[in-house]
Design a protein around this ligand. Structure first.
Ligand SMILES: Nc1ncnc2c1ncn2[C@@H]1O[C@H](COP(=O)(O)OP(=O)(O)O)[C@@H](O)[C@H]1O
Ligand SMILES: [Mg+2]
Length: 317
């Protein structure tokens, strides 16, 4: 080790990320900061992955700022800040650990991004910035975009290059690897999450990332939502992300509704109204008895059902 002082981020020394079966020791990132890129098409769990990291860092000393272009995050963590000034204030006071910013396009992003840069420049306290759907804020230089997109891209590049000494850590999600974002983002990333990819033409851009890993397109196409190949300082491994707390809280409860067999005459009567006549006519005595035995029906229950069936068929003529 040379005598030169090495820049180290204190907050990283005892911090970690819990990716389910894998834990990322953030001490590995103390001298570099954390720049996560997460790629894959819609529905593979990119937003969840970003929120999971944001939640975990928010309880380990960071303020997490979530740039939400789709309006889906605001509902999870409370109202978005009303203005860039409000964001600046939130980053100064650091009372709110998760701050949502609603920005639908590059033009709206620019003033908020300036507020983030000024705040981290001034305070140098840990901030985690999630840019979900970041192709809205960053584009490959070769591609012609609006002036606002070019300006936003320059700011994002600034974040990736100058964030390190300003205690600014990043998460960017995008649909495709390379091409989709400015090259500087890919050049400066140091933790990569690659989710399921069904489009074989996307493989050529991804292949260099997987070189020497024995992971190919087949393995990539077989991933489920929430599963990623995770490239960290320790190498590549498959991870299954837990659900972020806020998402789990709103996920529809997977309650298993056990279908119940009618018991009373009126329950049988109601159940039969929906069944086509031709179907009901197939229910002859021996078949009813057989089905009743298979379903384990009580004698009374079966009798009520048989009466309701006869009534229903008579009613239909
Ligand atoms: N880690 C996970 N475990 C289980 N299901 C997940 C996980 N991540 C995402 N999902 C499922 O996939 C859906 C889409 O996730 P999301 O994060 O919104 O994907 P994306 O941002 O890539 O479109 C979620 O609503 C959830 O049902
Ligand atoms: Mg998403």
């Amino acid at each position: 080790v040379s005598g030169k002082a090495v820049f180290r981020r204190e907050e990283f020394l005892n911090a970690s990320l819990d990716f389910g079966s894998t834990s990322i020791d953030l001490q590995d990132y103390a001298t570099t900061g954390l720049r996560v890129v997460c790629v894959g098409p819609s529905g593979i769990g990119k937003t969840n992955a970003g929120l999971l990291i944001a939640e975990q860092l928010a309880v380990q000393g960071w303020v997490s700022v979530l740039m939400d272009p789709e309006g889906e995050i605001e509902a999870l963590y409370g109202d978005a800040v009303g203005s860039p000034q409000d964001l600046a204030a939130a980053l100064e006071h650091r009372r709110q650990l998760i701050v949502v910013v609603h920005v639908e396009n590059a033009a709206e992003f620019i003033p908020y991004a300036h507020a983030v840069m000024s705040a981290v420049d001034e305070h140098r306290k840990p901030v985690f910035l999630m840019l979900d759907e970041s192709q809205i804020f960053s584009a490959s230089r070769r591609r012609k975009g609006s002036d606002e997109l070019a300006e936003a891209s320059a700011i994002v590049n600034d974040f990736t290059q100058r964030g390190r000494k300003r205690a600014l850590d990043l998460f960017l999600s995008a649909h495709r690897f390379s091409g989709s974002l400015d090259r500087a983002v890919f050049a400066n990333k140091n933790l990569t999450l690659v989710g399921r990819q069904e489009d074989p033409t996307a493989w050529s851009a991804l292949a260099p990332q997987f070189k020497g890993s024995r992971i190919g397109f087949t393995e990539l196409a077989a991933l489920s939502p929430g599963e990623f190949f995770c490239f960290s300082r320790r190498g590549v491994e498959k991870v299954t992300m837990p659900m972020a707390d806020a998402l789990r809280a709103v996920a529809p409860k997977a309650s298993v509704v056990k279908p119940t067999v009618p018991v009373t005459f009126s329950q049988w009567d109601r159940a039969m109204r929906e069944i086509p006549t031709s179907r009901l006519q197939t229910l002859t005595g021996p078949i009813v008895n057989l089905l009743g035995a298979i379903a384990g029906l009580q004698t009374q229950q079966l009798a009520a059902g048989t009466r309701a069936l006869r009534d229903e068929l008579e009613a239909r003529g």
